[in-house]
Design a protein around this ligand. Structure first.
Ligand code: HAM
Length: 431
């Protein structure tokens, strides 16, 4: 039967055990980021459209054709955030902390919205884990956020990732580079699509996002950002690479990496996982020294990154620690109160264990068959088979003041006085 309502195209629902994996990965993130002194910021999904036009850039694909933008009931143009950096910059200005003590270390975990063509690893509602470090103009800023990023990625079990790096220089570098690109490509523009001709006219850097082979082949011998770097940006970039070496973070240079957002200055970086196919990046970031000022704030250097959480979890080796499971089976309704009390006792004594009572008291047979099914599916459901038990409470147990405890992995069972339950669990012999 086709349900009457379906999730909006490009959006997804999540259920256990997938949600358990997401929550556990986010807990690892909070732990690692917290250990670097980063605190969580939460900004609204809705922002004024102008914020993104000003920061991400009017002529980027993101602003030009991927935003969920609509007038509210009073006709003001609002946008569901396509990324979080602009919102964080707006928020620190509004709170007045952009002029306060520096550095400012913030991270976020949240949904973002882009009207893209949905495909594997690409959604219209997706989630990002991001971090922004404000107030550090030197390469130590890049070193710190990349160290934190790799600490997190390694905690998720990645071993072979490396970061792809480039420097896009200052605003002047970009302008000179854009002009040179335009000069180089204009003679071939007649072959380009209308979209790419628009890019060429408005913002030639964006041509690096074109998939068209006619554009790509012309770009292969085009000028490179590196040819236009000022001395200070060049030194900055060298120092970033040196600090990455010192941190044991593998990197490779890619002079065609310019990133799809206009606010970057100097360092830009991405991490691509081969497992995703199609060269999709699991994360991107860089320095954006002019963004806060362009939003009307002080000159405040900043550097950060955002990980696509959906893509990250598709490829991360990470599995949350398996849980124990105790199924408490009351034989009939008269055993339910005792079953609920036992369940609470077990929960209290055994962290990391799920305790479920058969609330419909459907009898031992049905209860055991569900237990068998859960045991079979233990791996996908995230249970540790050696810590799966059933507690049986029926007429016999009621009469004797006892409980029957059965291990699902060994099949062995024992009936013991109810009063010994905690002692047995506490002694680590069960659960
Ligand atoms: P971004 O490269 O636009 O950068 O996005 C970062 C990551 O979000 C991408 O590498 C990708 O993994 C994920 N992502 C983007 N679009 C989608 C999608 N449609 N579906 C699934 N995942 C997606 C930014 O957003 C910047 N704010 C990063 C940053 C922070 N730069 C400095 N600070």
């Amino acid at each position: 039967m086709t349900p009457r309502f379906q999730a909006v195209k490009g959006t997804r629902d999540f259920f256990p055990p997938e949600t358990d994996r997401w929550t556990a990965a986010e807990a690892v993130c909070r732990e690692v980021f917290g250990s670097f002194g980063f605190g969580e910021v939460r900004t609204p999904v809705l922002e004024h459209t102008e914020l993104f036009a000003r920061s991400v850039g009017e002529t980027t694909d993101l602003v030009h054709k991927e935003m969920y933008t609509f007038p509210d009931r009073r006709g003001r143009s609002l946008t569901m955030r396509p990324e979080n950096t602009a919102g964080v910059a707006r928020a620190i200005l509004e709170k007045g902390i952009a002029t306060g003590p520096m550095p400012l270390r913030l991270y976020y975990i949240g949904a973002q919205f882009r009207y893209e063509r949905p495909q594997a690893g690409r959604y219209r509602e997706f989630r990002q884990i991001g971090a922004e470090l404000f107030g550090v103009p030197g390469p130590a800023g890049e070193a710190e956020v990349l160290r934190m990023l790799f600490a997190f990625l390694r905690a998720l079990g990645f071993v072979n990732l490396s970061v792809t790096l480039n420097s896009v220089g200052t605003a002047e570098t970009r302008a000179a580079f854009s002009d040179a690109l335009r000069c180089h490509l204009t003679p071939f523009a007649a072959d380009f699509s209308e979209e790419d001709r628009r890019r060429l006219a408005e913002n030639p850097l964006r041509l690096f996002e074109s998939k068209d082979p006619r554009v790509r082949s012309r770009l292969s011998d085009a000028p490179r950002t590196g040819d236009f770097l000022d001395e200070e940006s060049r030194r900055h970039h060298e120092e970033v690479r040196r600090l990455l070496d010192a941190a044991g973070i593998p990197w490779q240079e890619d002079s065609t990496l310019v990133r799809g957002l206009d606010y970057y200055t100097r360092t830009v970086f991405e991490v691509v996982s081969r497992d995703l196919g199609a060269q999709d990046a699991i994360l991107g970031g860089g320095r954006y020294d002019n963004l806060v000022e362009s939003l009307g704030g002080p000159a405040l250097p900043a550097v950060g990154f955002a990980i696509g959480e959906d893509r990250l979890l598709q490829v991360a080796p990470f599995r949350p620690p398996a849980r124990g499971l105790v199924l408490v089976l009351p034989q009939g309704p008269e055993d339910v109160a005792e079953a609920l009390a036992i369940a609470d006792e077990v929960r209290g004594a055994s962290p990391g264990v799920s305790v479920e009572v058969d609330l419909n008291s459907r009898g031992f047979k049905k209860g055991m068959s569900r237990a068998g099914m859960l045991f079979e599916e233990a791996a996908v459901r995230g249970y540790d088979r050696d810590r799966m038990f059933v507690a049986l409470l029926g007429a016999d147990e009621r009469a004797a003041g006892a409980v029957t405890w059965k291990s699902l992995s060994t099949g062995s069972q024992e009936t013991f006085p109810r009063s010994e339950l905690l002692q047995r669990i506490g002694a680590g012999r069960q659960v």
